[in-house]
Design a protein around this ligand. Sequence first.
Ligand code: C5J
Length: 223
Amino acid sequence: MPVIRATPYDYAFEPARTAVVMIDMQRDFIEPGGFGAALGNDVSRLAAIVPTAARLLDACRRAGIAVIHTKECHRPDLADCPPAKRARGNPSLRIGEAGSMGRLLVDGEPGSDFVPELAPRDGDIVVAKPGKGAFYGTALGEILRLRGITHLLFGGVTTEVCVQTTMREANDRGYECLLVEDATESYFPAFKTATIAMIRAQGGIVGWTAGSGAVLSALGAEP
Ligand code: C5J
């Protein structure tokens, strides 16, 4: 069984019972003109992890690990968008309003799509989610159950919002969760650091963390 040299201790997993969940690597969060930018964030930090995330997904596919992409988005009629979410933050554009990549966070618009380097491949699974956590309002739990998945590797954006929320949801559901440290990013460096520390504190109260080099080496892939 492969073992990742992780913190707070080694993480052993069976590839056939493991999925990698890449959270919300969408143009709306990573490129100028999207939802992240409308909230006043500097989106350039997030693009830097794209090559690492792509290497991780490729190595997982080769090892027989299921690849799941999530995307945060809403129905075009916004019927699944809570008014409180839409109102939050006094953004320059709200969810559903038109920006340079189409209507913000609306499924099917160019901004809701994945960055091209991380476009889903044949056999990958895409989960569209209306909330920050990927289990809320989606079939993710059922998809994992049908595949007999027990272990989850996580990457994506942003570390302290959708990644951490999903990891906590998964942890409470009994999954063994590991966050790949350099395959996730935040608009706020201090929040990423704090999230990694929180996850692995107290003997791994939410799960494990490890660099992508340790994951690739456990999978027998070139770092
Ligand atoms: C946010 C996300 N930050 N994917 N979404 O609103 O983390």
